[in-house]
Design a protein around this ligand. Structure first.
Ligand SMILES: CC(C)(COP(=O)(O)OP(=O)(O)OC[C@H]1O[C@@H](n2cnc3c(N)ncnc32)[C@H](O)[C@@H]1OP(=O)(O)O)[C@@H](O)C(=O)NCCC(=O)NCCS
Length: 157
C-alpha cells in the first residue's frame, strides 16, 4: 500500500519553488550523495538564509529531489551548486529547475551567470550547453583528483 501511495505521489513533474531554511537537511543529503565533498546541514542553513543567495527546490510528491543555489552580487550571479538526487536523474528534471532559477536570477537584476563544472561531467555539461551556457575559461587541476574545471557563462537577456 505504502509503495503504491509513494509511486502515485512520485508521478509527473516536480514542483519547483523557492527553498526555505527548513529544507537545509534534505538539500545537504542530496548534495552529499552527489559530490565528493558534502556540505553540512549548517552550511546550507546559513547559505539559504543569506540575502544574496537564491535557492530553488524540486519536490516530487512529498519528497525534495533536487535543488539549485546561486549567489547574486552587483548584476552577476554564480551558480554555487545544483543536483538531482541519484534515483531521480536522467528524467529531464534538472532542466525546468535551471530554467526557472535563471528567470528568477534575471528578475533580481543578474545580467550574467557563471558556474564551474568538471570537464568530464557530461550530464551537467549537456544541461548547461542546452540552456545557453558557453565556455569562457579552464582551470586545470581545480578539483581534488586533478580534474579540470570549465568556467561557463550565460548572458541573461
Ligand atoms: C547534472 C544533473 C543535475 C543533471 O540532472 P538530470 O535531471 O539527471 O538531468 P537531465 O535528465 O535533464 O539530463 C541532462 C542531460 O544529460 C544527459 N544525461 C543524463 N544522464 C547522462 C549520463 N549518465 N551520461 C551522459 N549523458 C547523460 C541527458 O540526456 C541530458 O542531455 P540532453 O538534454 O542533451 O538529452 C545531475 O546529473 C546531478 O545531480 N549530477 C550530480 C551533481 C552534479 O554534477 N551537478 C553539477 C555540478 S556543476
Amino acid at each position: 500500500m505504502m509503495n503504491f501511495v509513494t509511486r502515485l505521489l512520485s508521478r509527473g513533474e516536480p514542483i519547483i519553488t523557492e527553498a526555505r531554511v527548513g529544507d537545509a537537511a534534505a538539500i545537504a543529503a542530496i548534495h552529499a550523495a552527489s559530490f565528493q565533498r558534502g556540505w553540512g546541514d549548517d552550511e546550507f542553513r546559513q547559505l539559504i538564509g543569506e540575502r544574496a543567495v537564491v535557492t530553488h527546490r524540486a519536490v516530487l510528491g512529498h519528497k525534495l529531489i533536487g535543488f539549485i543555489m546561486s549567489r547574486v552580487t552587483a548584476g552577476e550571479a554564480e551558480i554555487l551548486s545544483v543536483a538531482i538526487g541519484p534515483s531521480w536523474r536522467g528524467r529531464g528534471f534538472a532542466r525546468p529547475l535551471l530554467d526557472l532559477h535563471l528567470r528568477r536570477l534575471a528578475g533580481l537584476g543578474a545580467r550574467t551567470v557563471f558556474l564551474e563544472v568538471a570537464e568530464h561531467n557530461t550530464p551537467a555539461a549537456r544541461l548547461y550547453r542546452r540552456a545557453g551556457f558557453y565556455e569562457v575559461g579552464r582551470r586545470p587541476g581545480y578539483y581534488d583528483g586533478g580534474a579540470t574545471a570549465l568556467t561557463l557563462r550565460r548572458d541573461l537577456g
